[in-house]
Design a protein around this ligand. Structure first.
Ligand SMILES: [Zn+2]
Length: 232
């Protein structure tokens, strides 16, 4: 029976080949999302292996973080841009889990983030959630969870709900806009934990900082950050 399915799969792929997100070539049976060649050529930051990590500087003087790691360099037109485009605008949520697991394994192999207790994705804005139908960060969290062998949870960080006046008041600056967007939840359970916040891409860090600050208000909580991509 299994053989018949495989045969049908192969036949289908002759007419509708699954294509590599990076180079557009047909994928082999044992490949998914990216061909082996593109995986080997991914622009890895390897920040988790070096002492000097420019990402940590993003949060200097803003929020105390234990570690900040990003898997890949985001550049205009590179494979990473295609990956993020698939993840955010093409409904390919599985690529989030795929990349998350790949990076999680690398971090685990290097002995990084060994004392993390829980992985927490950045919650998506409800409007975007309605359009996209899923939170891409949650799919990354699922993959990281598998790769790092650490549970993930959506319960500890939630979007704050605003009254209308609060929403109007918060339109002063970029930071004013984001600083109270999140709130920590189930704080009794969260207390004392090392939390790994994850997201798709790290840019100015404003959204991430808003999330971190709310988590750090919980007694004994330490925070690290992992993203799939960075422009730094
Ligand atoms: Zn490829």
């Amino acid at each position: 029976m299994k053989k018949i399915f495989q045969w049908i799969n192969d036949l289908v792929s002759i007419f509708y080949p699954r294509l590599c997100i990076g180079c557009g070539e047909a994928l082999q049976r044992n490949e998914s999302h990216l061909c082996l060649r593109c995986i080997l050529h991914l622009p890895e930051t390897n920040y988790h292996l070096s002492k000097e990590n420019p990402l940590e500087k993003i949060f200097w003087g803003r929020a105390k973080v234990e570690n900040v790691f990003s898997f890949l360099y985001f550049r205009k037109g590179n494979t990473v841009q295609s990956i993020l485009h698939q993840l955010k605008y093409k409904g390919n949520k599985e690529i989030g889990a795929f990349m998350g697991e790949m990076y999680g394994k690398k971090l685990a192999d290097a002995g990084c983030l060994a004392d993390v207790d829980v992985i927490v994705p950045i919650p998506l804005h409800p409007k975007k959630m309605r359009i996209r139908g899923y939170n891409q960060s949650e799919w990354i969290a699922m993959g990281l969870s598998k790769g790092l062998n650490v549970p993930y949870s959506n319960d500890f960080l939630v979007r704050a709900t605003f009254t209308e006046t609060q929403t109007k008041k918060a339109r002063f600056s970029r930071w004013e806009n984001v600083k109270d967007v999140f709130q920590a939840s189930r704080t009794d359970e969260l207390a004392g934990k090392h939390v790994l916040v994850c997201d798709d891409v790290l840019t100015t860090g404003a959204t991430t900082e808003a999330a971190i600050q709310k988590l750090l208000e919980v007694p004994g909580v330490r925070v690290s950050v992992v993203t799939i991509a960075t422009a730094k």
